[in-house]
Design a protein around this ligand. Structure first.
Ligand SMILES: [Zn+2]
Length: 140
């Protein structure tokens, strides 16, 4: 097994601890689906994470749960001109406005559990929002 996969497995075990805690907290019997926001700078390979999750979730409250990965973009603020822009590539963190290399990363390194769908009773399929993504207005 590649060491990269071990890295994703370790992340999944941490995630499963969190899911178990959320399920306990809401008296849920199982987890249907999980949404994770991952920035390109988080150092996580989404495909490897999917595989690792399937392996790690076996026998847990999240066995068979769907893992939905919301891949974020890298956003930068230029230290030179102050413009905010989206990085064209994670190896190319230059200002989209003036091309300066002196930029700060605003977003793109996150690895965040944003939503969990839980089963509480056999007929109650309820969605519990753990944390709304910042740019999504809450409608309820
Ligand atoms: Zn700039």
């Amino acid at each position: 097994m590649r060491s990269q996969t071990m890295h994703e497995l370790a992340i999944c075990y941490g995630l499963l601890d969190e899911l178990q805690a959320v399920a306990n907290d809401r008296s849920a019997r199982r987890v249907y689906s999980v949404v994770l926001s991952i920035g390109p700078l988080a150092g996580v390979e989404p495909a490897a994470l999917q595989q690792a999750f399937t392996v790690a979730a076996a026998g847990t409250v999240a066995e068979g749960a769907e893992l939905i990965i919301d891949e974020k973009r890298v956003r930068l603020r230029c230290d030179h001109c102050g413009a905010e822009s989206e990085a064209p590539h994670i190896g190319h963190l230059t200002c989209g406005s003036c091309g300066s290399w002196r930029t700060s990363v605003l977003e793109g390194a996150e690895l965040q559990l944003t939503r969990v769908e839980l089963e509480k009773t056999p007929d109650d399929r309820a969605a519990d929002t753990v944390q709304e993504p910042r740019d999504t207005p809450q409608t309820h």
